[in-house]
Design a protein around this ligand. Structure first.
Ligand SMILES: *Cc1c(COP(=O)(O)O)cnc(C)c1O
Length: 367
């Protein structure tokens, strides 16, 4: 119990560091970069990135130049040095920022390559091997392979691609993409002999396929969630979401709970109202479906989740909990992967939607 009656996200930085070290052992001796886009998946990049620097991370990925600039400033202020790469790459309006803040662009299109070439600085080339989202198409790649002299003066550090179905280990698309990727890597050897390879994000790191690559780019798994949509026993829980009880009451059989009376009590029961709702990022689809963990018991969410509150059935508890008691929304006892599944989504979305009203509490606390 604390004096605060608002929700708390507890972030265990030591578990984060242990996950980083574990992920590093999955592709030795590849460099393990960290994907910290979207404020480190909602957990708070200002604490996450320095903690990762401490265990040897020297390359961070974000999506936007603005995210990269904030990260550069944050690291500089703490005398930390790392490479920062930007997935979405440069546009004519942001090229100067990329240079000023020493950012490494991911070059996804031929025109981004042309835009970046005059800077003389290195980039990461993104090739599409089947995702059909970002990256050079096979037609563009063949064009480059046929005219290597046109591109030899553009320094490429890594040639990366992204797996579309790595969260489904049995998908045929995995081996298709891996094969296609290494075919292109070989062909591009004449254009950029020094370029290194990077294919795996979190889910790729847990595939059985033998992938030899020089750099990996995990995000979600660093934060403790299994990339294959279920718990991954080799990862430590990093994020625990807690919310306090604001009121408890007894209701009679036949009474209803919450907006639109979607829940009707079948018997007399005890109900607790908890200070967290969809305004904090809790999916409303957990209404009458999800659970909250109180005193070692999974208590069902009953009624519709509201903006700031939700109601749970605490009849199974032997004692009525005190006002202010913190309940677990997800964490060690209620894995975020299971909560996401119940809500019809994935852990990524649960994390990034966690709103600004939730206090982020980092342990160990900064000295
Ligand atoms: C977000 C992203 C990653 C990290 O993905 P996780 O599944 O969180 O590990 C890696 N590569 C690319 C291209 C991405 O967009």
């Amino acid at each position: 119990m604390t004096l605060s009656f608002s929700p708390q996200l507890k972030i265990n930085l030591e578990a984060l560091q242990n996950n980083y070290k574990m992920l590093q052992t999955r592709r030795p001796p590849a460099r393990t970069a960290a994907s910290v886009k979207a404020d480190a998946y909602g957990l708070g990049v200002s604490h996450i990135a320095p903690a990762l620097c401490q265990v040897g991370c020297t390359l961070f990925f974000v999506a936007y130049a603005d995210e990269a600039i904030s990260l550069r400033k944050l690291l500089s202020a703490q005398n930390l040095e790392a490479d920062i790469a930007v997935f979405n790459g440069p546009e004519s309006t942001t090229v100067k920022q990329f240079q000023d803040y020493r950012l490494i662009p991911v070059l996804n299109r031929l025109d981004q390559m042309k835009l970046w070439r005059p800077t003389g600085r290195p980039g990461i080339l993104h090739i599409d091997t089947g995702m059909n989202r970002l990256g050079l198409t096979s037609a563009e790649l063949n064009q480059i392979i046929e005219q290597p002299a046109d591109w030899a003066d553009l320094p490429i550090l890594y040639i990366m691609s992204h797996l579309a179905s790595a969260s489904s280990p049995n998908s045929h698309q995995n081996s298709q993409q891996v094969t296609r990727y290494f075919q292109y890597i070989e062909k591009m050897g004449n254009v950029w002999p020094a370029a290194q390879s990077s294919l795996s994000a979190s889910a790729g790191l847990f595939l059985d396929h033998s992938i030899e690559e020089n750099m990996t780019r995990p995000g979600l798994s660093l934060y403790g969630a299994g990339p294959q949509d279920h718990e991954e026993p080799t990862l430590e829980v990093v994020a625990t979401l807690m919310a306090p009880i604001l009121q408890t009451r007894c209701i009679k059989a036949g009474e209803t709970v919450g907006y639109n009376a979607t829940y009707t009590a079948q018997k007399d029961m005890n109900v607790a109202t908890i200070a967290i709702g969809y305004g904090d990022g809790i999916p409303r689809s957990l209404s009458n479906k999800g659970h909250v963990f109180i005193d070692n018991i999974r208590c069902p969410i009953i009624g519709n989740i509201s903006m700031d509150l939700m109601t749970v059935d605490i009849s199974a508890l032997s004692n009525t909990p005190e006002i202010g008691t913190f309940t677990e929304i997800f964490g060690e006892n209620l894995p975020v992967e299971q909560v996401a599944d119940k809500a019809g989504t994935i852990a990524y979305e649960i994390f990034v939607r966690l709103g600004p009203r939730i206090d982020r509490i980092f342990t160990p606390l900064d000295q």
